[in-house]
Design a binder for this molecule. Structure first.
Ligand code: HEC
Length: 129
């Protein structure tokens, strides 16, 4: 083995040791910065929340101002979507996607109004509810 290849070998070995340490330090940093009691949404979920507010909240969130009982939130046109993917009857993700795209007689479909990736983001947000 030449001196050079020995050197290269040592380099490979040491870099293998340094990298995991650097990665661990980084992930420690990011987890400590997001430590808080309020659950934080990731980028996709945040985007989904924005899209949900624009396109869906009019029917799926209560209109607080018009409600006499603020705690109940008041009536909504569509059902509240809390726990859609959890609870007694968790909906299959593909069924929800198709539902959102096609709509119903009472709910508009969004297959031409939203990109597939935007519907993905909304679904990612709904999973946090
Ligand atoms: C014009 C009002 C309206 C808008 C806007 C609307 N919805 Fe709906 N949605 C409804 C109604 C009403 C229902 C109940 C189903 C029915 O009666 O046809 C429903 C049902 C649903 C369901 C099925 C819930 C279940 O229990 O399975 C999902 C999921 C849903 N909507 C998601 C969305 C999303 C996501 C958006 C925005 C991209 C949206 N809706 C926009 C009115 C609306």
């Amino acid at each position: 083995m030449s001196l050079f290849s020995k050197f290269a070998c040592v380099l490979l070995l040491t870099s293998g040791h340094i990298f995991p340490v650097a990665l661990a330090a980084q992930s420690n940093q990011s987890s400590s910065s997001s430590s808080g009691s309020v659950p934080t949404l990731n980028e996709q979920q945040k985007a989904g929340k924005g899209l949900f507010m624009q396109n869906c909240s009019v029917c799926h969130l209560p209109i607080l101002e018009n409600s006499k009982d603020a705690a109940s939130g008041g009536p909504t046109i569509g059902p509240l979507l809390e726990g859609l993917f959890r609870g007694e009857r968790p909906r299959p993700e593909e069924a929800v996607r198709t539902f959102i795209m096609r709509g119903t007689p009472k709910m508009p479909g969004f297959q031409y109004g939203l990109e597939r990736s935007e519907i993905d983001s909304i679904i990612a947000y709904l999973k946090t509810l």
